[in-house]
Design a protein around this ligand. Structure first.
Ligand code: HEM
Length: 178
């Protein structure tokens, strides 16, 4: 259950787990696309897809948990525009956490490749192979990952400002311990 000044522990755990998975998927995506074709490159593509699909599943759980629980109130010291900016950034992050993996998933389908999750079972394909769409979705996946990078940087900078400049305890709301 949420306490007055912190998020519920489920949301805190999901926040940090998803953050680690996104950073890893982002780094792997950047590294693998620059590699020359090799078995390692193909393996990295699989790992990247598994990480992305895991993010997608966890974000769905997280959104549900977030909708079912109240967020702790912002401190009085935060102005209305700051609260609105924080809320808008958080909504945008949720949208991107769905849009980035979905665009990668649809791109893979349009390229004609199956996604075999953890090498164990094949996930459904929602798009038939299509060279034109494949190209568009690839560009879209790249664009969205770059937008996500920008918004995440903004999000981290805002958290650091609250912690070290405003010293208003906002970061503690998302920390597992006090
Ligand atoms: C949190 C989720 C994800 C993140 C942060 C992410 C990030 C990235 C990044 C940074 C790249 C490199 C883009 C570039 O060329 O600059 C990339 C490429 C790629 N991603 Fe993702 N991705 C995610 C999820 C997925 C998923 C779920 C799939 C498929 C199931 C996927 C499939 C691909 C593929 C196939 C490429 C290579 C594109 C190419 O051939 O150039 N991604 N991703």
């Amino acid at each position: 259950m949420p306490t007055k000044d912190r998020y519920p522990i489920t949301l805190i755990a999901l926040h940090w787990l998803i953050a680690i998975l996104i950073v890893t998927a982002f780094a792997l995506g950047t590294i693998m696309t620059d590699m020359r074709i090799s078995p390692t490159k193909l393996q990295y593509y699989s790992y990247h897809k598994w990480l992305g699909v895991t993010v997608l599943g966890l974000v769905a759980v997280r959104l549900l948990a977030r909708l079912l629980s109240a967020a702790p109130a912002y401190p009085e010291t935060m102005g209305i525009w700051q609260k609105n900016a924080a809320n808008a950034t958080h909504i945008l992050l949720y949208v991107l956490m769905f849009a980035v993996p979905l665009s990668g998933y649809f791109y893979t389908s349009a390229a004609g490749y199956p996604v075999v999750y953890l090498g164990l079972f094949e996930l459904p394909t929602f798009i038939a192979p299509d060279p034109d769409l494949k190209h568009t979705l690839k560009e879209l996946h790249e664009l969205l990952t770059n937008v996500m990078l920008g918004v995440v940087i903004l999000h981290v900078l805002a958290a650091l400002k609250h912690q070290f400049v405003d010293k208003d305890g906002i970061l503690r709301r998302m920390m597992p311990t006090k």
